[in-house]
Design a protein around this ligand. Sequence first.
Ligand SMILES: Cc1cc2nc3c(=O)[nH]c(=O)nc-3n(C[C@H](O)[C@H](O)[C@H](O)COP(=O)(O)OP(=O)(O)OC[C@H]3O[C@@H](n4cnc5c(N)ncnc54)[C@H](O)[C@@H]3O)c2cc1C
Length: 369
Amino acid sequence: MKPQSTRLAIIGAGIAGLTAARLYQAGGLDVQLFDKGQNVGGRCATRRRDGLAFDHGAPFIAASSNDFRWTMRRWMMGAALQNWKPKAATGFPAGLRLFTGTPDMNAIPQRLATGLDITRRVTVDRIERQPDGAWRLFDTESETLGDFAAVLITCPPDQAQRLLQSGLDTGLVPDHWFRRPVRMRAAWTVMVAFDGRVPTDSDALVLDGEPLDYALRNSSKPGRIREQETWVMHAAPDITEQFLDHPKDAVVDDFLAALAYHLDAPLPRVIFAQAHRWLYAHARAEAEFEGETKRNEAALPATGYGTGFGSAKATIEYSLFDPETGLGLAGDWIRPPASPYLGVQSAWLSGRDAGKRIRHWCRRRGAKA
Ligand SMILES: Cc1cc2nc3c(=O)[nH]c(=O)nc-3n(C[C@H](O)[C@H](O)[C@H](O)COP(=O)(O)OP(=O)(O)OC[C@H]3O[C@@H](n4cnc5c(N)ncnc54)[C@H](O)[C@@H]3O)c2cc1C
């Protein structure tokens, strides 16, 4: 085991966790990630079944930050990202440029994961402070996962709070960390493959209706198998939360009926259909916070990516870290995105900030590897 003074544990290998880990490791420091999932990427996800692939989490990304745009360029040069121009798209904000992972959305986190030490299929259940100040992680069977100088938690807030509950009870963790004006919103997603073309020229329908929020021809994205006719449809948070316990088969039927109704035409035969419920899909600023979030977005450098930019000073932090305890939080929810298309950017900005802060903290402790 490396000296405890440099070893960082990151819980969650989504965009935030992976980004933080890369920065930390690039500083010659030792980092280990843990994720309960089979794959890395969290909500930047692709479901594969029977030779089919569906981006059932974030379907595409956009940028309002110059730094993130530069990173996207690197992903494009590494063939993990491409511009997607859906044909006859309706309902997107004017000037919005969309990008998608290639050959699927999960290619982005997979690229970030290269060369990192990641333990998959492990749920971190408990974190305990040791007498020497180190943090010990435990899985659900109470097996020890190791001792670490610092721990960065990148799960959505409910899960992060559960992990830190004993620290909150003893005052070791500041409770204002979880009193942020942000709410995680749920989303029902349905993945469908048809045996023929869905009768529309449009590859992307933004419906803003009930139950469908938007419907996308997944197979029209760059790098996909064109012969397959695959669609991914998402419901808006309000209706999802109203029907959280709806049976999955009924959700599939409702979505298909809504698509047929919208197109006013029968759909081809369904050869595969599955619903997925995201309990924590979107980080949304609560109403009173929205103005502040927009001001912070406005403080970002101009990029020409569709939004107007001002010169307001950013006031909300991207990540949280306590140098006294070595505990930190990152993720899209720390500084929630101003638009649903900027979630991945928020996660990346947060992970980058956390990685830099913890690296700096480690060096200040004289623990440079
Ligand atoms: C349906 C949907 C549509 C979306 N649309 C867009 C879009 O169009 N554009 C956009 O930019 N963004 C979109 N997003 C949001 C975007 O996906 C997220 O903002 C971003 O991926 C969040 O990354 P993260 O690293 O903060 O969190 P996550 O991706 O949630 O990563 C957290 C990780 O922690 C792991 N974890 C949790 N608890 C534990 C534990 N106890 N032990 C171990 N591991 C644990 C999870 O498995 C997960 O991998 C969408 C998301 C969804 C679900």
